[in-house]
Design a binder for this molecule. Sequence first.
Ligand code: NAD
Length: 243
Amino acid sequence: MALPKIAVLTGAGISAGSGVPTFRDAEGSLWRTHNPQELATPAAFARNPKLVWEFYDWRRQRMAPSKPNPAHFTLAEMDALLPDFTLVTQNIDGLHPLAGSKRVLYLHGDIWRIRCTFCDHRQVNRQVPLAPLPPQCPECGELLRPDIVWFGESLDWGVLTAAAKAFEEADIALVVGTSAVVYPAAQLPVYTRRNGGEIIEFNTERTALSSLATTHLGPSEQMLPAWWAAFKAEQGIGTSGEG
Ligand code: NAD
C-alpha cells in the first residue's frame, strides 16, 4: 500500500531545543531601546538600514552556534525516505538544511541569505559578524538586505501555493513548534483537516490549532523522533521485505 502523504509545518519551537529563542522570548523583548517588530519592516530599513542591519547581525551572531536537534534530524530522515513529503518552515535559522533536509519551503526567508534591494543579486552569507554594515551589492553597489519577509511584505506566491497544495493533499499534517498565530502559515494545516486528513501537533503548550488536532504530543526534540520510530515500524519503512 502507498505510504501516507505527509506535510509538515515548523515554527520557532522546533529550534527551542537548539537554544534559538522563540518569537516570544526573542522578539517580545527590546533590542537596545527598540521594539524588534518595528525594525523588521521595509519602512525601518528605508529610514535606517544600518540600524536594521545591526539588529540582524546581532540575531545572526546569536543563531550561528546553534546546532540541529533530534527533531530537525528526524525531518531530514523523513525527507530522504518518504516519496510524498513536504516540509514548510516559518523559521529563518537555517537549521533544517544543516540537519540534511533537501526539500524545504521557506515561508519567511532565511537569515543566512542576503539579496540586493535593486538588482537580482543573491548570496548565501554565513559571515559573523558581518562587516561593513550596511553591506553593498558587489554587482551594482546598491544596498543589500536580509532575504527575509518583513512585516507588511507579501510572501513568495510560488512558495505559498506549493505549501497550500501539499497541505491540501496530505493525509497527515505535522504541526511542530508553532503558536499558529501568524497567517497564512497557521491556515495550512486547516486545509488537511478540511479534506479529511489528520493533524498531529507537537508543542509544549496548547495553541490555536490544538482543538483541530487529532493528536497532541509534547516537546518536538523528544516526541517527533518517537512518533517517527513508531510510524516507521507501523508502515514497515526501513525493514527488509524478506522473512
Ligand atoms: P512562536 O514563538 O510564536 O511560537 C513558538 C511555539 O513553540 C509556541 O507555541 C511554544 O509553546 C512552542 N514550543 C516551545 N518549545 C517547544 C518545544 N521544545 N517543542 C515544541 N514546541 C515548543 O513562533 P512561530 O509560531 O514560529 O511564529 C513566530 C514567527 O517568528 C515566525 O514567523 C518565525 O519566522 C519567527 N521566528 C523564527 C525563529 C527561528 O528561525 N528559529 C525564531 C524566532 C522567531
